[in-house]
Each structure stands twice: as C-alpha cells, then as structure tokens.
Write a protein that binds this ligand. Structure first.
Ligand code: AMP
Ligand code: ZN
Length: 112
C-alpha cells in the first residue's frame, strides 16, 4: 500500500483527507464525497486490490471481516431503518475507483 498510486490507499494512509466514521487496523469507513443518498459511506479494506474478480481466500477473509463490522457501523451512522450495500464491479457497473469498496446507502427510503 505504501507506494500505491490509488486514491483509496492514500485515504487509508491519511495522505488524502476524508470524513472517517470508522477505522481499525484492517478497514476504514468514510463518507462518500458525492453522496447518492442521505447516508452514503464507503467501506474499504487496507489491503489494496482492484476487483471482486481478484478474490482469493485471504481477501475473502478480509471481506468477511468487513461484512461483520458493517451492520453496527451503518446503524451508528444514521441507517437504523435499513440500508443497501453495493459493490460496483468493473466498467459496465460504472466502477470508477479500482480499490474494492462497499457502498453503504441509506438514511432514507431509497428511491430505486
Ligand atoms: P465506484 O463508482 O463504485 O468506483 O465508486 C467510487 C466512489 O468513490 C464514488 O461514489 C465517488 O463519489 C467516491 N469518491 C471518489 N473520490 C473520493 C474521495 N476523495 N473521498 C470520498 N469519496 C470519494
Ligand atoms: Zn488502493
């Protein structure tokens, strides 16, 4: 991650500021800079990988850890009544940042 030229690695390293709502040694959750819902958070792992298709057992373990943390983080940040998790995988899904991330959307009745 140290020399990685990836915006989310730079956020994880503190080189680019972000509105963090949760951090531990394995993951970070921060507010999306262009929110698409009243609450729009992004959860990232601190190990860089681009795509869900690069999954292996170590990365799957990290994702599993992230999923174990997300419910409490979502509820503590305004998503008490439900939320949606989204992973955009690749160009057809409109993925723009190639560091795997989970969108957490909620805080209101989602319109779609
Ligand atoms: P995706 O389209 O799934 O790759 O999502 C990338 C998300 O990252 C978009 O919703 C962007 O608004 C968000 N984003 C890009 N740069 C930043 C940043 N510096 N801080 C917070 N969110 C960002
Ligand atoms: Zn990265």
């Amino acid at each position: 991650m140290k020399d990685c030229n990836c915006i989310f690695c730079k956020i994880a390293d503190g080189k680019i500021p972000s509105a963090k709502v949760y951090e531990d040694d394995r993951m970070l959750v921060f507010k999306d800079i262009e929110p698409k819902a009243k609450v729009h958070l992004l959860a990232i792992g601190k190990d860089h990988f681009k795509l869900l298709s690069e999954m292996d057992s170590e990365r799957a373990e990290l994702l599993s850890y992230m999923f174990s943390k997300i419910p409490q983080i979502a509820e503590q940040n305004g998503c008490k009544n439900g939320y949606r998790l989204v992973i955009n995988q690749g160009d057809d899904a409109g993925q723009t940042v190639f560091h795997l991330h989970i969108h957490i959307l909620g805080g209101e009745q989602l319109p779609w």
